[in-house]
Design a binder for this molecule. Structure first.
Ligand SMILES: Cc1cc2nc3c(=O)[nH]c(=O)nc-3n(C[C@H](O)[C@H](O)[C@H](O)COP(=O)(O)O)c2cc1C
Length: 344
């Protein structure tokens, strides 16, 4: 069932998708900066129940619903997103140097299907900038769980990819709570999708090695594409079971659904495939590992189904962009009333 949109949300949909997103973030920033603004955000948007707190990957989450990568890539809005009550925010994809992304317009709506076509090319202001933002935690963000999604610069030649991922990982290690290694930096260039066991291990093994020498433990997940074949999903599951990989985030946008168009489809067109991939990965790994479910989570019902499929946490993107921030409170109300528990 489609979610009822507020008047503000209807107005936002008059604007192109990226402009609408920036207006929302600007409004959040404005309201958050007013006296009592953060109190107002908490009062109008944050979940009203404490019963959804949980431990996943050894991290305490106020609730299991967070924000996916690409929503606040530079960590500029962590204070306001913490006030709206999200259980976590995944910043990034962070690249070692700033990346402008594809020229605008690069995010368009597929209105009839309640979906988005994303061809943004992971724009972000680079490691140094993002690090400054996450280093400066304040009383509002002190307890916010922050994940760092690591991506690839479109210009990086294959021989430097591992070095660059590791550079972001090492530098961000002490400032964030978990890492997501993006295995599908494919939207603009369709060029980087490591799918063999060797390719995936070559990226994450140096991170395991670095982590062994640290006092604090930071979980590492890989984020996978919905376009992977069953054999490729089996490879990822076997890596999950056989190595110190902590979990999987499934899924990113789909280039297969985009057909001839350049970019990745996100939103309602992705819902069923995202649920299918999460269900498959959860079953194959005996519900023993954390999964962050992402992709087409547009309504409280979608999110509930994602938990039932085996996700421990859910990351929102198009659902908030197109249906608004109320999605969080409506969902937590629904799952709290059903006392829905996740399997991990
Ligand atoms: C504009 C936009 C930018 C995105 N940027 C990133 C990114 O930098 N890294 C990443 O891993 N995923 C990125 N994503 C993918 C989302 O995190 C999410 O996995 C995907 O959109 C599917 O979820 P959805 O259907 O709820 O949007 C982006 C998505 C959108 C719409």
């Amino acid at each position: 069932m489609a979610m009822r949109r507020s008047l503000f949300q209807h107005i936002l949909r008059i604007f192109p998708a990226e402009v609408a997103h920036n207006i929302r973030l600007g409004m959040l920033r404005f309201v958050g900066a007013l006296p009592l603004g953060k109190w107002y955000l908490r009062r109008t948007l944050a979940p009203r129940t404490n019963s959804l707190e949980r431990e996943v990957m050894g991290i305490h989450f106020q609730n299991p619903i967070g924000i996916a990568a690409g929503f606040d890539p530079n960590g500029d809005h962590l204070t306001e997103l913490a006030s709206t009550g999200f259980g976590f925010v995944e910043i990034g994809s962070v690249t070692p140097r700033p990346q402008p992304g594809t020229p605008r317009p690069r995010l368009s709506r597929i209105r009839k299907r309640n979906s988005l076509l994303n061809n943004s090319g992971a724009p972000n202001l680079g490691l140094e900038y993002v690090m400054r933002n996450v280093r400066r935690r304040n009383k509002f963000t002190r307890n916010l769980v922050i994940g760092c999604n690591i991506g690839k610069l479109t210009t990086t030649p294959p021989k430097n990819i591992v070095k660059e991922y590791l550079r972001v990982f090492r530098n961000m290690y002490q400032y964030v709570d978990f890492f997501v290694v993006n295995l599908s930096c494919n939207t603009a260039a369709k060029q980087f999708v490591p799918r063999t066991r060797e390719e995936i291990l070559s990226l994450i093994e140096p991170m395991f090695e670095f982590r062994r020498g640290q006092l604090d433990y930071r979980p590492i997940l890989v984020k996978i594409s919905p376009d992977m074949t069953q054999e490729e999903l089996d490879i990822v599951v076997s890596i999950l079971i056989e190595t110190p990989l902590d979990g999987i985030e499934a899924v990113s946008g789909s280039t297969a659904l985009a057909n001839e168009e350049r970019g990745a489809v996100c939103g309602a067109m992705l819902t069923e495939r995202a649920l299918e991939v999460v269900r498959y990965v959860a079953q194959r790994s005996d519900y023993n590992y954390p999964i962050i479910g992402s992709g087409g989570m547009m309504t409280p019902e979608d999110i509930e189904r994602m938990f039932e499929a085996g996700a421990s946490l859910v990351a929102l993107s198009s659902g908030v962009r197109e249906n608004g921030l109320k999605l969080l409170r409506r969902t937590t109300k629904r799952i709290a009333s059903k006392n829905l528990t996740t399997r991990r």
